[in-house]
Design a protein around this ligand. Sequence first.
Ligand code: FAD
Length: 284
Amino acid sequence: MEIERPRSLDGALAALAAHPGADLLAGGTDLMVEINFGRKRPEHLIVVQPLAELRDLDRNGAVRVGAGVTYTRLLAEGGGSFAAVREMARTVGSPQIRNAGTVGGNLGTSSPAGDALPVLAAFDATVVLRSRRGERRIPFADYMTGPKRNARAPDEIVVAAEWRDPGPAQTFLKVGTRNAMVIAVASLCLVVERARKSVRVALGSCGPTILRAGEAERFAEELIDESGWDEPLDVSEAAAARFGELVAAAARPIDDVRGSARYRRHVLGVMARRALERVGSVVA
Ligand SMILES: Cc1cc2nc3c(=O)[nH]c(=O)nc-3n(C[C@H](O)[C@H](O)[C@H](O)COP(=O)(O)OP(=O)(O)OC[C@H]3O[C@@H](n4cnc5c(N)ncnc54)[C@H](O)[C@@H]3O)c2cc1C
């Protein structure tokens, strides 16, 4: 196995242009598992973990999280408009995994169970890719194309994820087979962007890609239209139940070792109700 350790992003892009499709190594918490279990034997490995250009984290209305930002760094950020990001980062693996694992690695692997991905979907994030040919910006909805498949070209590196600050009404919930160190059986991110009168719900581990629950989003928008976008939402039991049903109906789950499709739909309904109750009352 040939291992290259470029000193700059330009160096990494040049190495990748010379070996398109070479594996990139960031924190190694996905890739090294594949290598150690003999499921992957890359001929060429490009180490991107030390690259300073992938480590920026800007929160100035427009948010930019570099591909090399770890979950530990996300956890160190203040809450507010990062509440769901922090809730997500807290559930990832163990402290060791959070110290090494990166957002870029989650995007690189593109597992439907990747915890950062429902947050990026609900934030309507843009994935920023770079190659020697230039920069490409893809809406998250077009980035992930299937389980462990994405729109990244073989000579491209994910450099960042960007989104518009949606305000503080946001939450991330995850159910696993235990409380810590666990892959999601199902996860959900809900954002109520009051300034734009927009509700967005994204589901993880419940389909081949991260799914948005469009009907549930419209239902919640109508609810908030009635109560007022500047007012806290007092969610009735009936409305919370209907929202849960619509979210569960948007899932395309399968039975697997972690849970049955029926259980996944059930927990999505429960998480959706809790999320709406939690986030509905957050106004500023
Ligand atoms: C014990 C354990 C627990 C875990 N728990 C969780 C969990 O709770 N939630 C969760 O979501 N994940 C979990 N994971 C999986 C993993 O930690 C995450 O997916 C993490 O985000 C991967 O990041 P990394 O930097 O380690 O990626 P790496 O392993 O370095 O790379 C992963 C893939 O992404 C590609 N890649 C890396 N950087 C880039 C880039 N900049 N551009 C393009 N492609 C890139 C690599 O080539 C590789 O294919 C766990 C893993 C382990 C071993």
